[in-house]
Design a protein around this ligand. Structure first.
Ligand code: HEM
Ligand code: NAG
Length: 494
């Protein structure tokens, strides 16, 4: 091992073990953006007549508010909103972030053009090494929009009908390992299950059948690319996680290429997502290359993996905390599907409206994507303020989902709030777990099918309780806010 590699390893270990706080310290050693910051400050002083959004002062020059934000981002943003209003800027690690808080100002992001508020500039350094070139944020946005359309074609009702069957089957199979009763790691179980179900539904039976421990490890290594380290540290650093990620990327693609070739050579067509991609063409008639398909398959799996697994885990804890609600959900299974609880059907899923509202409410209080981000490329006017180019413009679903003026009993888990006509004071962007506008999620319907099928099955199999009444705290160290100590008490129903 060279000295260079060794120092990479040491740095990485520091980065992995510690929270954002210490990561930020590690990063500041590199002072990657000091020059940039200097330029920015120079620009701010010479702004002329434009009025910039209020900037939260900080006595720490480079790190700025990274420590407070890293410790408790939602509280930080809520306090900023109280003190400074719906548009507020602050500095972290030499970068200026401007948050648009609340529905009215969030509209700026969702109605903007990608040339003005740009997604690639902030996301590509994370996603391109994981998905590969030629897809998502590696290509001009009009091309990605075409790719999203192809994916959407593959997420249709005919396919969902089959998904319900296989998700129910996979869930039964997976949870055979849980005994009659005991304390279990719910988040770990659902993460493992959702790789299996997502792989089978979105990649197809061939790729699912190859998903053994080795392949699961490759996914984990790829996934190790989505870290604060990858976002903040320069990509040329010899970090072990970067190298594991790059190796896994190559290995996974090799597996996918073989399956894609078989599909292309087959006499008869299948009817699933992979077939949709094999048959898809861009507007100019060009079909997708094997590399593009492989990249899209990786993207599909990872886009749905953490989002759906944290959401389903949180939903489990909300149901475990409120036993009466859990009972109502179980009774709904019987009313809608039949007293003897036969296998689920897609058509019944729609009618499970209480379960639907529980999922909706889970996504309100624990939206897995806590911040959407864009780079301002042109000056942006919002109210009386001008956001200058170079700011990272952000909207936080979590904050919008719990604003005092918008939501009544804002922190209560109350699925029945959606029975009222106007649960969010009629505000357009008060509820945005899947985003809005040109970057909106295409996976919403699939996520609902997957999570509702899993929870229908689990409610039929088990009763759930919290461990000594303890509801998990939010773990803010990862990019997706997961439950800490995600242990649940289960008892088999029969
Ligand atoms: C509970 C589950 C999910 C949640 C909460 C969620 C949330 C989001 C959000 C907030 C965005 C907007 C990001 C932004 O504007 O910066 C987004 C975009 C997207 N999501 Fe999801 N997602 C979920 C599941 C999925 C699944 C299952 C798939 C694929 C099958 C998927 C594919 C995508 C894609 C392709 C985009 C477009 C990104 C863009 O155009 O820039 N998502 N999602
Ligand atoms: C929070 O998440 C990180 C990353 O997954 C994990 O290493 C850590 O143990 C978690 N912390 C707690 C208290 O659960």
């Amino acid at each position: 091992m060279t000295l260079f590699e060794m120092s990479g390893q040491v740095l990485e270990r520091a980065v992995e073990k510690l929270s954002l706080t210490s990561l930020v310290l590690a990063t500041s050693v590199f002072t990657l953006t000091v020059g940039y910051l200097g330029k920015l400050m120079f620009k701010q002083q010479h702004a002329g007549h434009a009025k910039y959004p209020p900037h939260i002062p900080s006595s720490v020059p480079f790190l700025g508010h990274a420590v407070a934000f890293g410790r408790s981002p939602i509280e930080f943003l809520e306090q900023a909103y109280e003190k400074y209003g719906p548009v507020v800027s602050f500095t972290m690690v030499g970068k200026t972030f401007t948050y648009l808080l609340g529905s009215d100002t969030a509209a700026l992001m969702f109605n903007s053009k990608n040339e003005d508020l740009n997604a690639e500039d902030v996301y590509a350094r994370l996603t391109t090494p994981v998905f590969g070139k030629g897809v998502a944020y590696d290509v001009p946005n009009p091309l990605f929009l075409e790719q999203k359309k192809m994916l959407k074609t593959g997420l249709n009702i005919a396919h969902f009908k089959k998904h319900v069957e296989v998700i129910e089957e996979e869930t039964h199979e997976y949870f055979k390992r849980w005994g009659r009763s005991g304390e279990r790691d719910l988040f770990e179980a659902l993460s493992e299950l959702i790789i299996l179900t997502a792989s089978r539904c979105l990649h197809g039976p061939e790729i699912r059948s190859m998903l053994d421990e080795r392949v699961a490890q490759l996914y984990a290594d790829l996934d190790g690319g989505f870290t604060h380290a990858a976002w903040l540290l320069p990509g040329w650093l010899p970090l072990p996680s970067f190298r594991r990620r790059d190796r896994a990327h190559i290995e996974i693609k090799k597996i996918f290429y073989k399956v894609i070739k078989k599909r292309r050579d087959a006499q008869e067509k299948d009817d699933d997502m992979l077939q949709t991609l094999v048959d898809a063409t861009y507007k100019d008639g060009r079909p997708l290359s094997d590399d593009e398909i492989a990249g899209m398959l990786i993207g599909l799996l990872l886009a749905g993996q953490h989002t759906s697994s944290t959401t389903s885990a949180w939903m489990g804890f909300f149901l475990a905390r409120d036993r009466a609600l859990q009972k109502r959900c179980y009774n709904e299974q019987k009313t809608i599907c039949g007293e003897d609880l036969p296998p689920l059907h897609y058509d019944q899923l729609k009618d499970l409206s209480l379960l639907d509202r529980c999922l909706k409410e889970t996504l309100r209080l624990r939206p897995p994507i806590m911040t959407m981000m864009r780079m301002a490329k042109t000056p942006q006017t919002v109210g009386e303020y001008t956001i200058p180019p170079g700011h990272q413009v952000c909207v936080s679903p979590t904050v919008n989902h719990r604003l005092q003026d918008t939501w009544s009993d804002r922190l209560e888990f109350n699925p029945d709030r959606y029975l009222n006509d106007n649960p969010a004071a009629g505000e357009k962007f008060a509820y945005i777990p899947f985003g809005a506008g040109r970057h909106r999620c295409i996976g919403e319907n699939f996520a609902y099918v997957q999570i509702k099928t899993i929870w229908s099955t689990l409610l039929r199999l088990f009763d759930f309780e919290l461990v000594d009444g303890n509801f998990p705290e939010v773990n803010y160290t990862t990019m997706i806010h997961t439950p800490t100590e995600p242990i649940i008490v289960e008892k088999k129903k029969f």
